[in-house]
Design a protein around this ligand. Sequence first.
Ligand SMILES: Cc1cc2nc3c(=O)[nH]c(=O)nc-3n(C[C@H](O)[C@H](O)[C@H](O)COP(=O)(O)OP(=O)(O)OC[C@H]3O[C@@H](n4cnc5c(N)ncnc54)[C@H](O)[C@@H]3O)c2cc1C
Length: 451
Amino acid sequence: MSRPRMDPRSDRWPENATRPPAGSGPRDHGKDPLDVIGIGFGPSNLALAIALREHGGGVPGREPTSAFAEQQQTFGWHRGMLLDGATMQVSFLKDLATLRNPTSAFSFLNYLHARGRLVDFINHKTLFPTRVEFHDYLTWAAERFTAQVAYGTRVTDLRPVKGDGGDVVAVEVIADGELLGRARNIVLGLGLRPYLPEGVHASERVWHNGDLLTRLRTLPVLTHRRFAVVGAGQSAAEVVDHLHRAYPDAEVCAVFSRYGYSPADDSAFANRIFDPSAVDDFYTAPDEVKASLLSYHGNTNYSVVDIDLIDELYRRSYQENVAGAQRLRILNTSRVEGFDRVPDGVRVRVDRLTTGERVALECDALIFATGYRPPDPLDVLGELTAFCHIDERGLPKVGRDYRIVTDPALKCGIYLQGGTEHTHGLSSSLLSNAAVRAGEIVRSILAHRAG
Ligand SMILES: Cc1cc2nc3c(=O)[nH]c(=O)nc-3n(C[C@H](O)[C@H](O)[C@H](O)COP(=O)(O)OP(=O)(O)OC[C@H]3O[C@@H](n4cnc5c(N)ncnc54)[C@H](O)[C@@H]3O)c2cc1C
């Protein structure tokens, strides 16, 4: 399949966008660069696409020219974890646009209206739709940008394009060695990468939870009728819940080093850490205050579980205890020490940390719900890294407007959506602030264009 190019002269150029003024591009290759190329087309860059379009307001010439590259073949938001009944951890009002523009046509409410479910949703009396429904909302919004997105395209490199004076006046976006397009601004919205503990490699019977539904679809009939799930966070608890419901003949062993699942703090005052204004507070705070805030409020997001889900798992475990048929097994204060391939399965060695006892579990699959990590943006930045200011942790220095601080010779903007928890706070990798952040990035891009 040939890869769609993001060339302003190609058919993929968005109908409602204006071409950049002739001659504004670098002279050495004679092609006009776009205003923005976004790398990754998850919710963050989708929110950016919306903010750019709404800036234009449908007025010819006002919308900055933009295109996006996405490695997935079609739009998808954590498809492997679209578990039946799993709900959002964020209010639907923190959708792709509402906090930036409450009158946006891209709001979740407008999506409900378009789907003919607005009244039904209201009767549901919830702020937290299912992830399946939110995925449908995101897909509905993404479909309005199909002409601007090159799907099935993994960006591997960025290269500087120099103008006559030697300054970098545009950036070439490279996907698997091929030139995809040029832009004056690059917005990295790469999301998070699944994390497996050191030495663990995914295989037919060993997965990260991000692949859960995809892997389960191809899992043959269970031989051992047992699963082991490593981890004590929201994803781990959701996987335990899902497997326990989906495989009524199988045992599900939850293995974690804590004593029990800990509840997520979603109380109102703590939740303010995700407010748009909290980004200002965090950004300007001294480093030690930043570190304290991340540590005080990590339990709003990391290694914690919704209290309703904890209660549900406990209720089920207790009922099984009463019935004398324990299928949900909580191996707390325990650690997976290793595992071996066995016919039709995997033998998991679990150490009980309190007693030193070792247990071997023959399982059909071992699932690591061991979290996600931000990718290193420098891996994609390639030669542009030389222009970026790097801090003592080896991370790019980032302005409040999410623009990487660079040498003056780089006339282009490189923006980060995600991977800025250390500078902008806990909402960095979440949806809470996606709409507002997208607006701030658009403002910054326009301010640099004007100035
Ligand atoms: C199961 C699950 C549930 C979650 N639920 C919530 C929730 O309820 N509320 C909340 O606030 N957050 C939630 N999160 C956090 C999650 O990070 C955000 O929901 C959201 O995905 C962030 O959007 P993003 O666009 O920054 O990243 P992503 O959604 O990860 O999108 C990044 C995209 O970039 C693409 N990409 C990466 N590298 C390249 C490349 N080199 N070239 C081309 N494309 C590339 C990826 O394929 C991906 O589509 C959840 C996370 C998970 C895993």
